[in-house]
Design a protein around this ligand. Sequence first.
Ligand SMILES: Nc1ncnc2c1ncn2[C@@H]1O[C@H](COP(=O)(O)OP(=O)(O)OP(=O)(O)O)[C@@H](O)[C@H]1O
Ligand code: NI
Length: 323
Amino acid sequence: MSHIVTCENLVVTYRASNGPVRALDGVDLTISEGETLAIVGESGSGKSTLGMAMGRLLPAEAEREDGRMDVAGQPVFDIAANDLRELRRDLLGFVFQNPMVALDPTMRIGRQMQRAMGRRAGSEEIHALLERAELDDPARVAKSFPHQLSGGMAQRVVIAMASARTPRLLIADEPTASLDASIRDKVMGTLCRLRAESGASLVILSHDVHMIARHADRVAVMYGGRIVEQGPTGRVLDAPVHPYTRALLKAAAGHEKPGDWLTPIPGTPPLLSARCAACSFEPRCTVSEENCHTTRPEPREVEGREVLCLLAGTQTEPKEAAR
Ligand SMILES: Nc1ncnc2c1ncn2[C@@H]1O[C@H](COP(=O)(O)OP(=O)(O)OP(=O)(O)O)[C@@H](O)[C@H]1O
Ligand code: NI
């Protein structure tokens, strides 16, 4: 299968007043055409940086230090500004957490839709697209200003706009986090439906492991600027191999059975200023051994997924921390 995204050893550093922050510490990732990939991890693990890097939409203080990111066969960090603009416009669609940021508050939705479609689309065409995003009264929505819409409606408009040019890759960064809990799953469903209709690939970046579980073909778990486990959703969530994935699933509310405890992950996520020479999860890991402290893990195939853990596959039954 061909890949829409190929990311190799990508290193991105932010220049900050209190020293550099190595937000991506060597990311290896591929995304297939038509696939839905969820990237999950704690706050600060580098999800948004990785998502933005796919469109090279990083702030000025960010620098690609090493590695590459190919999108639709083009190395986004090494192409001319013109080609990059074209790539963003024709091949990529973005959905962010807050729909109001993506919408122009002074312009009616219909006009913004027309701009997103990139041609003189008639109102019927615009209404049809809004309807596909499951907005009930498209004519009224098209006449509205953004502030007249609910958060859920506004995000549906953004989803319609992101899909307007039939992109090959949709990147959704916490697309439902700002919405009322009762409609999150429905809006997510709309995004996934539009994706399926167009055959695009979709990357969902989220804290919420269980929300994405229903929608993603594959899951990539990020920790300390690296992808520590990636593989088919069922495999990774039902039988996680990396100790961090296990801890993350235990800490995530939503699927606990009566009598189960939610166990917060003790310790704090790493703040990387330089290349991590060891396993970045080692300080918080309950099963780590001597060499985890001294050896940087490289991706290995274990039980049908890729894992960055020196111990993965060496223990038949992982020792769990006592409750
Ligand atoms: N503009 C910036 N300047 C300096 N540091 C930054 C900047 N943007 C992000 N960072 C740092 O880079 C690291 C990765 O941030 P990023 O936003 O990619 O993580 P995230 O996984 O998306 O987190 P969240 O779930 O909170 O959105 C964090 O340590 C963050 O503080
Ligand atoms: Ni983020």
